[in-house]
Design a protein around this ligand. Structure first.
Ligand SMILES: NC(=O)c1ccc[n+]([C@@H]2O[C@H](COP(=O)([O-])OP(=O)(O)OC[C@H]3O[C@@H](n4cnc5c(N)ncnc54)[C@H](O)[C@@H]3O)[C@@H](O)[C@H]2O)c1
Length: 333
């Protein structure tokens, strides 16, 4: 599906985006408005999470914003009414926080998802729900690349809560006949991610450090393999799977099959930003225990189902991201 086909599909459709003031949700909101959709956002806008009203600046007159918690059952029942799409991105998304306090993950990611799915079942049974899960549900893996048949073995509360939310969503698809899609996202980077702390995503944090001419710490020898996906490619995966009957009921990896090491990533960031430095440091015992090791996904399933694939190279994506934060630094620092 190219831009015109997506426009034909989404134009005039009504979409609800939970977590729509956050990184991925706001980029999705902007794209949907561009395609002619009517967008409603739900976001709790807690400080320290990724929500930022500036994120939707380009569409602030077009998107309707509701500052509320997805666990507000009454609000959610009202908000899903009449919607064609529910893009569910609200969540506690810090792996680090989940290690010390399990309750936000359980409360928001599991209970919150149940509230949304009940609301959809009762008040929007024809709507398509697309959920943003994480590649972390796989845990440590023996075989690369990782396809969707790989057994799940989450290593933290955050990952466990995402897997449970996925299963809840699949249950509503299988048992109640709702149209649902689960996306297991890799490391997404790009414009509109919060830049205040390192708890949510390593790429954006490294960009900040480089922009501030500070030192990026690389654990171990930096040879751990990961994949990094630019935000526009990620948004495109939400749009394509949401628009395709062949995707309903399915779970897809959404990542980049062009994998790279952490050290390579850091070197590209230093080159693109033009400042900053790096240094190696040994893994602490705690970090080593949480480190799932090499990971990169097999994306042939989503490629085959909806002809999706990453289009933006790492260097190009990092350039675009850096330019954005140079221009709007005061809104994010
Ligand atoms: N960014 C990534 O690399 C990545 C990778 C895997 C999965 N994910 C998942 O994708 C989703 C979106 O991630 P993101 O990077 O955009 O994060 P983000 O923190 O930028 O956005 C999440 C938004 O959800 C909102 N929110 C949190 N709890 C809420 C609640 N109870 N009610 C309403 N709103 C609430 C926050 O205020 C925030 O604006 C998350 O569920 C995350 O777990 C992200």
């Amino acid at each position: 599906m190219d831009h015109n086909q997506l426009q034909t599909y989404y134009s005039g459709k009504k979409a609800l985006i939970t977590g729509g003031l956050g990184f991925i949700g706001s980029n999705l909101a902007i794209k949907l408005v561009t395609l002619g959709a009517e967008v409603t956002i739900v976001d709790v806008l807690w400080p320290d999470h990724g929500g930022n009203l500036f994120n939707i600046e380009p569409v602030k007159k077009d998107a309707q914003v509701n500052i509320c918690d997805v666990r507000d059952e009454c609000a959610m029942r009202t908000l899903v009414k009449g919607k064609d799409f529910i893009f569910h991105l609200a969540g506690q998304c810090s792996h680090v926080l989940g290690q010390s306090d399990p309750y936000p993950d359980i409360d928001i990611n599991i209970h919150g998802t149940a509230i949304i799915m009940e609301a959809v079942k009762k008040n929007a049974p024809e709507a398509v729900t697309v959920y943003s899960s994480t590649r972390g549900v796989y845990g440590s893996v023996d075989k690369l690349p990782v396809n969707e048949e790989t057994p799940t073995d989450p290593k933290g509360l955050y990952e466990l809560s995402n897997l449970t939310a996925e299963k809840l969503i699949k249950f509503y698809g299988d048992v109640h006949g709702l149209k649902v899609v689960n996306l297991r996202l890799s490391n997404i980077y790009g414009e509109r991610s919060q830049m205040l702390h390192s708890k949510f995503g390593v790429v954006n944090w490294f960009i900040r450090l480089a922009m501030m001419d500070e030192t990026i710490t690389v654990f171990g020898d930096g040879k751990i393999m990961r994949d990094f996906l630019y935000i526009d490619d990620c948004v495109n995966a939400f749009l394509r799977t949401g628009a395709s009957g062949t995707a309903y009921g399915e779970t897809f990896n959404v990542g980049n099959d062009q994998h790279t090491t952490i050290l390579e990533l850091v070197n590209v960031i230093l080159k693109v930003v033009g400042s900053g430095k790096s240094r190696f440091t040994p893994f602490s015992k705690e970090r080593a225990a949480q480190e799932p090791g090499d990971f990169y996904p097999d994306i042939s399933k989503i490629r085959q189902a909806v002809s999706w694939e990453p289009l933006i190279s790492l260097e190009d994506g990092l350039l675009r991201t850096t330019e954005y934060y140079r221009r709007y630094q005061k809104e994010y620092w």
